[in-house]
Design a protein around this ligand. Structure first.
Ligand code: NDP
Length: 296
């Protein structure tokens, strides 16, 4: 193996510690803790685990966590009423509605009801528009975490060729916007891209955000490239009846070619929750009329 491993777990732990260290000064200035409200509708076991972990991480950072678990039959109108109530609640700086919501609830209606200043997931069209226009915005946690890892490794990204595979509102599109703002030359590839492996081989920075296990092998990668693997895919493990997580990039062959690569698990995944805490802290400062802490 030639590639350096990008340790997202360690970077995320450091970011969480920096967020926690900044909370007492906020509390002293604002007279309250930063607060994150997480709303979950339904009984999806994985979503319950995510929400529980977010609550634990929020409290560990010294912030207030407000969890709202609603039954699966909650109507869209009831959910929107709760979101409006949270919009008006001065103790709440960030609102996250855990997606996917049950099929009878329109996700776009939920996203558009969240006050953009509390939209710590960065999905409101106002925040997406601000990001596209190069203005201050709440940015989705996963791509912002990817950018932090890239800047930590490379410093200045100016002039680098970046290829983002995937164009979702959650990952691919905001990732492309962030890299454009860093003066990369950005290509966004997707399911209709022709000759995808030739496109990815041009990349100094390759971000894989597709959701197909081990899709990108070493021969898709330019020697020395930095590979950020966002994909989280559950596949059968060697041991009967067990599963394991893999990315969109075939780690073994890619690590022979890349300059540096994020592992799955332990790469991008831990960054998402750390950036959620960071976004909540920044939202709290902005709402309280305070300057966000340096280096966040
Ligand atoms: P989506 O399903 O919303 O988007 C997937 C994207 O991949 C689409 O743009 C799609 O193209 C593209 N795509 C699908 N098949 C191909 C193909 N064969 N070749 C090229 N492009 C293809 O997924 P998300 O963006 O939400 O997530 C992507 C991955 O990242 C998933 O594995 C998800 O689990 C993971 N993820 C990880 C997070 C973390 O914390 N680490 C957080 C969020 C997501 P098209 O638009 O043409 O359909």
């Amino acid at each position: 193996m030639t590639a350096a491993i990008i340790d997202g777990k360690a970077f995320a732990a450091d970011l969480r510690a920096r967020v926690a260290a900044a909370v007492p000064a906020f509390e002293a200035a604002a007279g309250r803790k930063p607060g994150l409200a997480v709303v979950l509708v339904g009984d999806d076991p994985a979503s319950h685990v995510y929400v529980r972990n977010k609550g634990i991480a929020t409290r560990e950072a010294g912030m207030a966590s407000y969890e709202h678990r609603l039954p699966a039959e909650t109507s869209e109108a009831e959910l929107l009423a709760l979101v409006r109530q949270l919009n008006e609640d001065d103790w709440v700086d960030g609102i996250l509605v855990q997606l996917p919501a049950p099929a009878h609830i329109r996700e776009i209606a939920v996203i558009e009801t969240i006050d953009p200043s509390k939209d710590v997931d960065g999905l409101h069209p106002i925040n997406a528009g601000r990001l596209a226009a190069g203005r201050a915005a709440m940015v989705p946690c996963t791509p912002l975490g990817c950018l932090m890892l890239l800047k930590d490794r490379l410093g200045d990204l100016s002039g680098l060729d970046a290829v983002v595979v995937g164009r979702s509102n959650l990952v691919g599109k905001p990732m492309a916007q962030l890299l454009t703002a860093e003066n990369c030359t950005v290509t966004v590839a997707h399911s209709r891209t022709k000759g995808l492996s030739a496109v990815t081989r041009r990349a100094d920075i390759l971000v894989a955000a597709v959701g197909r296990p081990n899709m990108m092998t070493g021969d898709w990668i330019k020697p020395g490239a930095i590979v950020i693997d966002v994909g989280i895919n559950r596949v059968p493990a060697a041991e009967e009846g067990k599963t394991r997580l893999v990315g969109d990039v075939d780690f073994a062959s890619a690590a022979e070619v890349a300059g540096a690569i994020t592992p799955v698990p332990g790469g991008v995944g831990p960054m998402t929750i750390a950036v959620l805490l960071r976004n909540t802290l920044v939202a709290a400062h902005v709402r309280a009329g305070l300057a966000p802490p340096e280096g966040m």
